[in-house]
Design a protein. Sequence first.
Length: 185
Amino acid sequence: MTRDEEQDLLRAMLVMAAAGLDGMLKQLIRDTVPRLVSIDDDVRANLEKYVTRQIKAESIDVDSQRGAKFLGRILAAASQQGQVIEEWIAHLTGGSLQSPAELQQIAQAFALPAKDIPLDNPSLSNVFRVRNNIIHELDMDLSGKRRKRNIRRQTDMIKHTNELLKLGSGFVKHVSKKLTSQKPR
């Protein structure tokens, strides 16, 4: 049985791995998306889909000026393509990447096949459920009369942390492969 201090270290280990994944992916997006747009047809197609959704937003919600504002920023920029890419990067990095669904959006933006970055497994959902319980509920078990913190198994927490580290490594590996295997158009 681990002591309270050890439990806190296990919690911190998982939380920091998740935060590291979030930060690493955001930096990977900032550093690679502009180049990928110029060399990868699938990434460029995903950028085009993003632009279409931004413009289409106004037709869905007549009261919204989001599409018009988006177009205004693009047309007023010195480089329209550069501004579109910056808008997309801001969209991709604007939230917290702390769920399989959010990570799936990033994998799709990079046009990474599901076989390369497996995000639909229940194990990964469980990792983020544990992470969210630690972050948002202080890992408290509120089901009993007395509040107490959940006890986490060391082997489980190491496994969860390694899964996040492996996922981050997979993103870097596959994006790097895209960058080195294609030539600019």
